[in-house]
Ligand binder design. Sequence first.
Ligand code: HGY
Ligand code: MN
Ligand code: MN
Length: 419
Amino acid sequence: MTKTNLPLDADRLWTDVMALADITDPARPYTRRSFTALFLEGRAWLARRFAEAGLVTHIDAAGNLIGRLEGSNPALGVIAIGSHSDTVPAGGRFDGIAGVATGLEIVRALREAGLRPQHTIEVIDFLAEEPSEYGLSCIGSRGISGWLDAKMLDMTGPGGEKLRDALRRVGGDPDRLEQAKRSDIRAYLELHIEQGVVLESQSLDVGIVTSIVGIRRFEIIFQGEADHAGATPMALRHDALVPAAQTVASVRRIADLLAAEGSGYFVATVGILDVDPSASNIVPGRCRLVVDARTTAPELMQRFTELIDQESAAYATASRVSRASFTLLSDGPPTMCDANLRASLRRGGRDLGLGDIDLPSGAGHDAVFMSRICPSAMVFIPCRAGKSHAPEEWADREAIAAGAAVIYQAVRELDQALS
Ligand code: HGY
Ligand code: MN
Ligand code: MN
């Protein structure tokens, strides 16, 4: 089968992706941050498209938008297809969106083919997959898998709003999270852009994801003293930015060393560095940074964390600054994707005449948490130059349709195989 006669409507799928992508902050494309008015506008659009496709739609207690097509034998449980509709700031049009639109198109294609699966099919837009302003990512998939706890709900965001209140604001119910936890989902499948260059560089159609890195995020706050930049002699300063900057350099140096060891994939990034009061003529009084570290080898993560803990404390002392806090924001182990689902996806791709390769994921995904309640697997599709989390992010219409068709084939096979 070539990419032109796939079992679904490539143009309709593409139109959905572009329409949702266009619901963005026009001043900073493409931005639709979780919990914002734009996010809710995107959600409302999705809910309408879900309903038009014949899906019974609701928001669960964890804030996930779920469209449900009842199966002919509902007792068999649910096959879920999903991803996320929120973006990073100034992100792309495909990260997450392509996966949610894929689930929607698969349901439409099944119905137009006159096929009524035995299993119930659910299309899920997970709440806040990207790290939110509350400091937590994968909020909806944590909730559906029972990993969203009271401490997380007390994390605060802009203006001091607690995550529990923000969850309520988008239709969730923090007091009934038990109702969000699912045990009836038999398989979870997700299409996602690769956010890397392997597929494009090898001219392959799909990647069958083998594993997803473990991600640890932690926050470090240095507390010094704001002072006059001109009248304060160097020896009397308590400049909070100096130990922070030295810590950023340590993150890079240690991550390079660990990655070069070859005992596992390792990357680390400081993507947030807040300086307070942040004026050219004030010695920084306070500095906050967030470290995002990822690996396939947990022992590397432990070594990295211990070294950054030691070095950041030493830098603070040397600058006569206190390291006010060293806080773990989130932590998750590496995740293996389900072998049976991977085999089904691979068969689907080959039946369609598509080229595939096994591929690990350096990005985090909702599939990490879904894998804690059901067999889960992912299909990657090529994206131009591997670029993602940037407005240049791009995936071709045919690539999205081909990836979606692989999941369509797997859903049909699993519907028969999972008794
Ligand atoms: O950060 C990630 O890996 C994903 O894009 N949330
Ligand atoms: Mn992302
Ligand atoms: Mn994503």
